[in-house]
Ligand binder design. Sequence first.
Ligand SMILES: *Cc1c(COP(=O)(O)O)cnc(C)c1O
Length: 411
Amino acid sequence: RLRRSQLTRRQMDLPIYMDGHATTRVDPRVIEAMLPFFGEYYGNAASRHHRFGWTVRDAVADARAEVAALVGAPARDLVFTSGATESNNLAVKGVAEAARNRGNHIVTARTEHRAILDPCARLEQQGMRVSYLSVGNDGVLDPAALEAAITPTTVLVTVMMANNEIGVLQPIAALARLARARGVAFHTDAAQAAGKVPIDVEADGIDLLSLTAHKLYGPKGVGALFIRHGVAVAPLVDGGGHEGGLRSGTLNVPAIVGFGRAAAICADEMPGEAARLSRLRDRLWDGIRRSLRGVTVNGSMRARLPHNLNISVDGLHGEQLLMGLDDVAVSSGAACTSASREPSHVLRALGLGDTRARASIRFGLGRFNTEAEVDYVIEKLCSLVTRLRAPTPVFDLAEDDRNLPPKWRVY
Ligand SMILES: *Cc1c(COP(=O)(O)O)cnc(C)c1O
């Protein structure tokens, strides 16, 4: 057993990256596509009167078509932004402002990313009303809860497609149908879902959809917002009138080209890649639960991204786990942002107590992870947890008394 792990160790590059919900490595094919646009093709896509402008304008048009195709949208309805944070801000604040005369109410969910919750909080300071819907213990939103929350003053419903911590997928088509039936615009933050699971804004009835390149093996600092033709959005940034006046500023051409290439690769390889990653993810979970007691999955295992695993390890703190896993890059719900010491608002929304929420680790598998890496992580985590638990007599007592009712167990 020792020999096998030593062998694995030699074959592998350490540290191992399994934090694919924070960001992903840029695919080498994407880098290759971008490079000429830092060098010979340096024109401004808005320059109409010379070849330097035309070349990059065509490259941007190709990229727009590739990104739009990934979500089944017409290319003309896509606005390039600096990422999903900006796209979400543009959707939430832009729709709220454009609809100011029609209503002042937004509906969202408690498990949203901060890039939705914080713009909503700012609008609340400015007099808007926001309803934050609860989710089930599995992280899934009940469409009936949305139906009950929509009022005649509701102007926007925004619910993420896939959660960035627990990978849970929301029933977007059902939610969008309810919003539309009441004449309310439906936005979804698809930063985690895009390129990983099929998306079709037409079939799903989505009015606005946020994307970011760096979660799908593209560069950081570029994203997009799909805005269905006819949906009114006020811009956040005024200037030269780029992107149909919705997002002024000279286009980041190399990043946009990379985004297009990354989207095209995802579209091509999605079926095979999703199947491979869900096999790896299941191998990871099976390996962990076979060797460790007191480990639970957070969030639905059925409505879930193929590459996400989020678990809580009883009796331990996420920070202990992260420190112990010194050559594996993962995240914990112990502190969702480095600035905050609060446990994850997502895990709290599932009904987890502080202790359980703090005992969580999130694995985000990706295109460049291998089976050998998964096996290494299983072994490393299991021996770490066994070691951390061993010297604590209190925990042994709890384990020996497993038949006691849960409230008597020591976590
Ligand atoms: C990463 C992420 C964002 C922010 O995207 P940026 O491009 O980094 O601004 C927003 N929402 C979700 C769900 C994310 O995972």
